[in-house]
Write a protein that binds this ligand. Structure first.
Ligand code: ADP
Length: 461
């Protein structure tokens, strides 16, 4: 705010100075014009007088003028063609070197300035100037008429003094005013900085900057900071709970692994028990590995680091592949699978990843549908996209659970009895979004669920 006030003042001083220079020049030139017009008029008058009444006539006119002119006084000089003075008359109080008027080469109408000391002036020590115009008459006589610039100089001096007298208090007022205004204007910013500084210092992410409604821009900035803090807080909370979940989910297989190894290390363990223990260890470590790999896949897909080899994929063939994969499991549970997919329908996607996504949806549909149920796989073109839907008539998902099913390691309460890691839908969502698509769920508890995958359409095959 200090710098802003300093800039304001500099600008103010510069513009004031500029206005002063322009005004001074305008006033000075108009005063000069006025004086010169008066001198020229007198010169022409004397020239006419000289031509009609000769030198004597001019002398009388000059004497008459000096007695009747009042304040406006003139110096008059008549010189021979060789520039020697014939007649010179000047007010008695003007002290100047008359030789300077005989300056060689004075041409007609040429203006000369010579220093003059006026003993009658107001006591200032300045040397005034005598402004003299010259006119060469037809008989080559030189006529010079001049006047003192004292009045003009005084006026200009007074003008400068008044201007300075006005500018200095205005400048001081402007400085104080602009310092105050910029201090006030920056107050919300200082408040914002203080609030943020305290948030940074305390690490208290639940603190928010107050929006006081005094300044629209700063309020907007505060609002944005608050929403940024909301997002950071939500992200950190999400990361914390993810980490807790991972630790929790890893602890179960690790404890089991340890238990099996402990059992196998008993001295009386038979070779069959050892073999079983090793098989169990393998199973548990596979589970851990799958979990870690899936989590890595989700992160890669979410951060955009996942490499996708995009191609045109025929949906009907892909769906057939998935149905084939799950035909045995479905048969076990007597679940009827039906498909409705136009033969030529294609999407632009990574074939293996898309297969993985559909397999996850299919796996869930079969898992969460009781024996004897049914699962439908359909695909329909919808403008620029293709919607692939997996519908079951299983247990359904409660409304309050629907927002959580995509969270990492989230498992529905009723799903605990089923195998699973709680990562399937997170991966489905991440891969769909990596394809610039999305997944939608609609469900009714006790009646079934539908997961619809929206993907960009590919060229027809
Ligand atoms: P899980 O390994 O538990 O299947 P997912 O991420 O695939 O993990 O699914 C998360 C949760 O969403 C499941 O635990 C389950 O509660 C619910 N869910 C997913 N698909 C279905 C479905 N087709 N029917 C009912 N609930 C489902």
């Amino acid at each position: 705010s200090f710098r802003l006030a300093a800039w304001h003042s500099c600008l103010f001083v510069a513009s004031t100075l500029l206005i002063f220079i322009v005004a001074y020049m305008m006033v000075s030139s108009s005063l000069e014009r006025r004086d010169r017009d008066a001198i020229e008029a007198k010169l022409n008058e004397y020239a006419a007088e000289y031509q009609s009444g000769g030198l004597e006539g001019l002398k009388q006119k000059v004497i008459f003028d000096s007695q009747h002119m009042g304040k406006t006084l003139f110096v008059s000089r008549v010189a021979r063609p060789d520039n020697t003075t014939l007649y010179l008359r000047a007010p008695g109080s003007w002290k100047f070197d008359s030789k300077q008027l005989e300056h060689e080469g004075i041409a007609a109408k040429q203006w000369t300035h010579i220093p003059v000391d006026d003993s009658e002036d107001d006591g200032d020590n300045d040397t005034d100037r005598l402004e003299v115009a010259a006119l060469r008459l037809p008989d080559h006589t030189l006529l010079q008429v001049g006047s003192i610039t004292e009045e003009r100089d005084d006026l200009l001096e007074r003008f400068a003094a008044i201007y300075a007298g006005l500018v200095v208090p205005f400048l001081a007022l402007g400085l104080i005013g602009s310092s105050f205004l910029s201090f006030r204007a920056f107050r919300p910013i200082r408040y914002l900085v203080d609030s943020l500084r305290s948030i940074v210092a305390t690490g208290n992410l639940s603190a928010r900057v107050a929006v006081d409604g005094n300044s629209e821009e700063v309020d907007e900035l505060s609002g944005l900071f608050n929403s940024l803090l909301d997002k950071i807080e939500a992200l950190i909370r999400g990361m914390k709970s993810s980490l807790d979940n991972v630790a929790h989910e890893l602890r179960t297989p690790m404890t089991r692994l340890r238990g099996v190894a402990e059992l196998a290390l008993q001295p009386e363990a038979s070779s069959q028990l050892l073999r079983d223990a090793l098989a169990n260890c393998l199973e548990e470590s596979d589970r851990i590995l799958t979990m870690v790999n899936t989590m890595l896949d989700i992160s890669e897909a979410e951060t955009g680091a996942m490499k996708l080899s995009m191609e045109s994929v025929n949906v009907s063939q892909l769906v057939e592949q998935v149905v084939e994969l799950y035909s045995y499991v479905a048969e076990d549970k007597k679940i009827a699978i039906s498909t409705t997919v136009p033969k030529e329908l294609c999407v632009t996607a990574d074939r293996n990843r898309l297969l993985h996504v559909l397999a996850n949806l299919m796996d869930n549909a079969i898992k969460y549908t009781p024996d004897g149920g049914k699962v439908d796989l359909t695909a329909v073109p919808n403008r620029e996209e293709v919607v692939i839907a997996v519908t079951d008539n299983g247990v359904g998902i409660a409304a309050d659970e629907r927002s959580k099913i995509y969270d990492r390691l989230y498992r529905g309460d009723k799903s605990r009895s089923e195998r699973g890691l709680g990562l399937g839908l997170s991966l489905v969502k991440a891969i769909a979004e990596a394809h610039q698509g999305y997944v939608e769920v609609s469900s009714e508890v006790g009646h079934g669920s539908q997961f619809a995958l929206h993907l960009r359409a590919g060229p027809l095959s």
